[in-house]
Design a protein around this ligand. Structure first.
Ligand code: NAD
Length: 250
């Protein structure tokens, strides 16, 4: 059962209590990995790491800050001697219509979801390349594939579609170095990303569009991340894996 024994993993945006990142960090740890939980607030990151277990690390890291990202990843590589796995999970969304997307909305959503994925990948790639081993898992969304229509606005769909393009291009470029890069496209998962802006009526409407008839759980996504981060997926790269209860059968 220890699919990640002796591995070292970094999960961004993983302090959120009911979030996909924390569930992923926990599952990785249960499978033998040592994890670093990065998030905006240092206290929250350390608390989340403590919940996972004493050997895990919590650090402040804004994924949109290139210099800050480099410092954090270099510190982790120095501490651990290696980084085997990166999960680019930090993300934000906003329920806006196309004409309501102001420059600041565009910047915020594109920066965290897309720029952050680029920066954290750039920070970890040299370490992975030098050891000819690594796995990067990026959180995209069903919103990228079906043009939103769940919660996030068009800028969120665009950012997550950008994550898919970046995933595939990185997978192609890094494959010769034995670094695999894949994306997960979750459907509707019950977390705090909607920031209390999801009404009970909207929730029922969303559920009607899900063949499995329920929202996903953070553990549903964590299981897929474990597959992509472990050798179970040894020949999988550049793929997008749907975790959506059948919301996008095509
Ligand atoms: P969440 O809001 O529970 O957690 C996201 C975390 O990212 C938070 O802890 C937040 O502090 C952190 N974060 C925000 N900006 C950051 C920054 N600049 N640097 C570092 N950390 C930052 O969200 P979640 O639902 O767990 O979502 C996790 C990922 O999955 C996101 O990328 C999201 O877009 C994606 N996703 C979620 C769903 C869903 O239904 N919940 C569906 C599809 C995709």
């Amino acid at each position: 059962t220890a699919l990640l024994q002796g591995k070292f993993a970094v999960v961004t945006g993983a302090a959120s209590k009911r979030g996909l990142g924390k569930a992923t960090a926990k599952l990785f740890a249960e499978h033998g990995a040592t994890v670093a939980i990065l998030d905006l607030d240092e206290g929250a990151a350390k608390e989340a790491a403590g919940d996972v277990g004493p050997q895990h690390v919590g650090m402040a890291c804004d994924v949109t800050d290139l210099e800050g990202v480099k410092k954090v990843f270099d510190a982790l590589a120095a501490k651990w001697g290696r980084i085997d796995i990166l999960v680019n999970n930090a993300g934000i969304t906003q329920p806006l219509k196309i004409m309501d997307i102001a420059p600041k909305n565009y910047d915020a959503v594109l920066d965290v979801n897309l720029r952050g994925t680029l920066y954290c990948s750039q920070a970890v790639i040299p370490h992975m390349r030098s050891r000819k081993e690594g796995k990067i898992v990026n959180l995209s969304s069903v919103s990228a594939q079906r043009g939103g229509g769940i919660f996030g606005g068009p800028h969120y769909s665009a950012a997550k579609a950008g994550v898919l393009g970046l995933t595939k291009a990185m997978a192609r470029e890094l494959a010769p170095d034995n670094v695999r890069v894949n994306a997960i496209c979750p459907g509707f998962i019950a977390t705090d990303i909607t920031g209390g802006m999801l009404t009970p009526e909207k929730l029922e409407e969303i559920k009607l569009g899900i063949p499995m008839g329920r929202a996903g759980t953070a553990d549903d996504v964590a299981g897929c991340a474990l597959f992509l981060a472990s050798d179970l997926s040894a020949y999988v790269t550049g793929s997008e894996v749907d975790v959506n209860g059948g919301s996008l059968i095509h």
